[in-house]
Design a protein around this ligand. Structure first.
Ligand code: NAD
Length: 269
């Protein structure tokens, strides 16, 4: 086990399930104190299961409820984290969802819901994190950077996705949110990067892999020949949160088994 994140405090939004859970576990394994965030009372039992896993290896963690699309709740998430642990060193802005429909059937409510959680939620969380990083500055014995942010994007920050215009627009937005903030705060030694997962086995996309026929169709899009796991993203997050990536900011790390390599061209060029 690498202890590269020892003494650092990480908030992982939407970490009661899926990729967020995988990232929370990986950061804890690397020594970080982890804030497990879930959005509503109904997801508390899942958050408690993640906490129990971290407790099983004597990791330090807490659970804080917060809907990332609500300004006051995000402010509370950070204030409560700072009250409990003194500061925040790492933000993984992961919370997200899909509400799929073709454009002509998409309601304004579906559009607004996805944009407000996937994109505005990242804006709100990045703003609170950066305020705290600027207040605290660099603590050399913990990290060479004043703070690290990892935005959970998607291959759909570059691949258009018919039937998912709200989701694709939110992820395209994250790309320039992340790059603009990286440019704005690099002089303050705050590093901001994205992870763009391909197809990772979570409930957000279960209909794409939970039958053999669906899984086979999905695998046609993945040159590396397997569906990704949350742990694959967790390992990438540890790298981007640690000083191993100290000279990396403003970049998107694709964790996609080659999905963005235009697999349709492999035998049709
Ligand atoms: P998931 O549904 O398991 O996880 C999403 C998490 O976000 C859940 O824990 C959910 O409770 C939480 N969430 C939703 N709305 C919230 C809100 N308002 N406030 C706080 N938390 C909220 O799905 P996942 O696949 O783990 O998705 C995690 C992230 O990864 C999302 O941003 C998603 O777009 C992205 N992603 C996933 C895949 C994939 O293949 N699974 C691919 C690319 C990108």
């Amino acid at each position: 086990m690498s202890n590269s994140l020892q003494q650092q405090v990480a908030i992982v939004t939407g970490s009661s399930s899926g990729i967020g859970e995988g990232v929370a576990l990986a950061l804890s394994r690397a020594g970080a104190t982890v804030v497990i965030n879930h959005s509503h009372a109904g997801s508390r039992p899942e958050a408690e299961a993640v906490l129990a896993t971290i407790n099983s290896w004597n990791g330090k963690a807490t659970i804080i409820q917060c809907d990332v699309s609500k300004e006051e709740e995000v402010q509370h998430l950070f204030a409560e984290t700072i009250r409990q642990f003194g500061t925040v060193d790492i933000l993984v802005a992961n919370a997200g969802l899909q509400q799929d429909a073709k454009l002509t059937e998409m309601t304004l409510e579906q559009w607004n819901k996805v944009i407000s959680i996937n994109l505005t939620g990242q804006f709100l969380c990045c703003r609170e994190a950066i305020k705290e990083f600027l207040r605290r500055g660099i603590v050399p014995e913990r990290s060479a950077a004043a703070g690290k942010i990892i935005c959970m994007s998607s291959v759909h920050e570059v691949i258009p996705w018919a039937g998912h215009v709200n989701y694709a627009a939110s992820k395209g937005g994250i790309k320039l949110l992340m790059q603009t903030l990286a440019q704005e705060y690099a002089p303050e030694k705050i590093r901001i990067n994205s992870i763009a997962p391909g197809a990772i086995r979570t409930r957000i996309n279960h209909e794409a892999w939970d039958t053999p026929a669906a899984a086979q169709k999905l695998l046609e899009l993945i040159p590396y020949g397997r569906i990704g796991e949350a742990a694959d993203v967790g390992k990438a997050a540890v790298f981007l949160a640690s000083d191993d990536s100290d000279y990396i900011t403003g970049t998107t790390l694709f964790v996609d088994g080659g999905m963005t390599l235009y697999p349709g061209f492999a035998d049709n060029g």
